[in-house]
Write a protein that binds this ligand. Structure first.
Ligand code: ZN
Length: 612
């Protein structure tokens, strides 16, 4: 898996990412006060062009709902005639500019309005950036049927079960040679290698031509499970004629080939051979092939394995029950049994290689894990490359571990991780096999998408036949097989923020408020005014939090109060009728400017009017 943290877009010319967020918050009294105070209106319109656009149902429309402006929240919709097909429903992780947000998922309002036309949802593989949003989105789309391979189906069911949604959508298990017919779409599959078993690519036959959809794949000639990517099928689709190839851009900037997972197995083996004490091995819980190699090396060096972390326990159980993981009997022990074994016969397998706060390794590193306590002589192996944005959290975690006495090995000191995503030479081979007329790079941030487009150009695909889209834009192909990018004002995509139990009730306004408060604190001005005269009845009250300490700043506070009094007196006279909203705006702007001059800080200013 390579789930990069969500990156704010900040497209040139687009101010503060306006336009691509969903707005779901209720405008209650407090919101109103805060909106007035911050000068941010809740009704921002989307920035897409609203030029007149009429759609012909006889055109094929391909709509990335997410995943082409970030690594994460992958979701694509295909439309022809009355039929809609959805591929993947992923989530993305927030970055540090989104305080309090747990996940980000695509905005699916348009799909909700068209849910009766959805023929099915195909899931390519079991990583969270492809299945994570399923429990949030599937019920809103009327629980359409899901189609996927066995291991992915088990992960999807587990996730639905955790949300109490099991039994609503039918989860159909496919095999790689099945042919699926959903309305105007006929779908065939090919197995791909990735860092999780059961990854698959799609060949979708539509009334205007064939699409090859290849996300999260690499060419591994010696995969650990002995099941390489099905080159023969890809070449066969290419020979039949492919109108459009959509392909993974995650590693489009990296030259050469990915190293095989098997190479990694050799590194793991060599590393284990030299370790004398306990081993703590942290890894993505979905990287079943990596986990297989850890079990193999553990068995070879006579180590028992303690599995900790809920997702690690669940996923290992699922993979074992379906035969995707093969381990020695009795190699897994409970943590209480560890005392019976010397340190050089114990391995602890856990989650949290990205430094995630709540995951196993971070808790072990903080010393508050229930059963695992670090001691001198331990070796911790972190098997993942840091997702950009996580470096700091990982670094802190590693230092905590070394303070507790553990030796630490991670990708910078030893290549203990390989990517699951094709690099340049593999990407070129895919294009060569598929020989598409049109090319659309997917799965990546904008610069990765562009790098992939450049590669396609060097392979001889004319620039006019390469399409780089933003989320929510549409690649439309008509029956004459002419393709162009169009924008349909009805399709508004963007980000829905998940905060605790709230889905989409936190919008851009709330995020921006959190950013302002986190940076410079807040400053509340309470004014008690006479309803009829608009005059201040007594001194304004000031509350400051996270901005300045009130004690010791008496002068500044006194000056602000003076300023407020002056403003109320002068502005009150300008209007015949007392206009509190206007007054609040003036106070916010003027006091904001005043505080900035004095402190060079911009706290959130909340003017509150109480009328008597
Ligand atoms: Zn993946």
């Amino acid at each position: 898996m390579m789930m990069r943290k969500y990156q704010p877009k900040g497209r040139p010319g687009q101010q503060h990412r306006s336009g691509n967020f969903s707005h779901g918050q209720k405008a209650d009294k407090l919101d109103e006060i805060i909106n007035n105070a911050t000068g941010i209106g809740a009704n921002q319109t989307n920035g897409l062009s609203t030029s007149r656009y009429t759609q012909s149902r006889q055109n094929l429309r391909i709509i990335p709902m997410g995943g082409v402006e970030e690594v994460g929240e992958n979701m694509t919709a295909l439309e022809f005639g009355d039929d809609l097909l959805i591929i993947d429903m992923g989530l993305a992780f927030p970055d540090e500019t989104m305080p309090g947000i747990d996940y980000i998922i695509p905005d699916t309002k348009w799909l909700e309005e068209n849910k009766r036309r959805i023929r099915g949802v195909i899931i390519t593989h079991g990583h969270l950036d492809h299945i994570g949003a399923i429990p949030y989105i599937l019920p809103k789309l009327g629980d359409p049927p899901v189609y996927t391979m066995a291991l992915t189906a088990a992960f999807v069911k587990k996730r639905l079960e955790e949300f109490g949604l099991i039994g609503r959508s039918k989860i159909n298990v496919l095999t790689k040679d099945d042919v699926l017919s959903l309305g105007n779409f006929k779908i065939r599959f090919f197995r791909t290698n990735h860092s999780i078993p059961d990854g698959m690519g799609l060949c979708i036959t539509t009334p205007v031509g064939q699409i090859v959809y290849a996300t999260d794949w690499k060419f591994d000639h010696t995969p650990v499970d002995g099941k390489p990517t099905e080159f023969d099928k890809i070449a066969k689709f290419g020979a039949e004629g492919v109108l459009l190839l959509m392909s993974d851009s995650t590693n489009a900037t990296k030259p050469g080939y990915c190293i095989s997972e098997r190479e990694l197995g050799i590194t793991i083996d060599r590393t284990f051979a030299e370790i004398k004490g306990r081993i703590i091995f942290a890894n993505f819980s979905t990287s079943i092939t990596r986990i297989q190699q850890v079990f193999d090396a553990a068995a070879k060096y006579n180590r028992k394995v303690i599995v900790t972390g809920r997702s690690m326990v669940n996923n290992i159980e699922i993979a074992l029950s379906l035969g995707y993981l093969k381990i020695q009997p009795k190699i897994i022990i409970k943590s209480e049994q560890a005392k019976k074994f010397p340190d050089n016969q114990v391995l602890i397998l856990t989650t949290g290689a990205q430094g995630e706060d709540a995951a196993g390794l971070a808790r072990i590193a903080r010393g508050d894990h229930k059963t695992v306590k670090i001691k001198k002589g331990d070796t911790t192996i972190v098997s993942a490359s840091p997702i950009p944005g996580n470096e700091r959290a990982i670094s802190v975690m590693l230092s905590n571990l070394t303070r507790l006495g553990s030796h630490v090995i991670y990708n910078k000191t030893l290549d203990i991780h390989t990517s699951g995503h094709a690099q340049q030479e593999e990407l070129k081979l895919m294009i060569a096999l598929v020989k598409p007329k049109y090319f659309m790079p997917i799965h990546g941030e904008h610069h990765m998408i562009v790098a992939h487009a450049e590669l396609a150009k060097t392979m001889g695909i004319p620039e006019s036949q390469i399409f780089t889209l933003d989320n929510g834009q549409i690649l439309e192909i008509n029956t004459a097989r002419e393709a162009k990018i169009v924008v349909d004002p009805k399709i508004v995509t963007g980000y829905v923020f998940i905060d605790g139990l709230g889905i989409g009730d936190v919008g851009e306004v709330v995020i921006r408020d959190r950013q302002v408060m986190a940076q410079d604190g807040m400053f509340v001005i309470i004014m008690t005014l006479d309803r009829r005269t608009g005059k201040l009845i007594n001194q304004p009250d000031i509350i400051s939090r996270g901005f300045i300490y009130m004690k010791g700043n008496d002068d500044l506070i006194r000056e602000v109060k003076h300023e407020v009094r002056k403003l109320v007196e002068s502005k009150g006279k300008e209007k015949l009728e007392p206009n509190w909203a206007y007054l609040r705006n003036v106070i916010r702007d003027e006091v904001g400017e005043y505080l900035y001059q004095k402190t060079e800080r911009r706290p959130m200013i909340l003017p509150v009017v109480i009328e008597i």
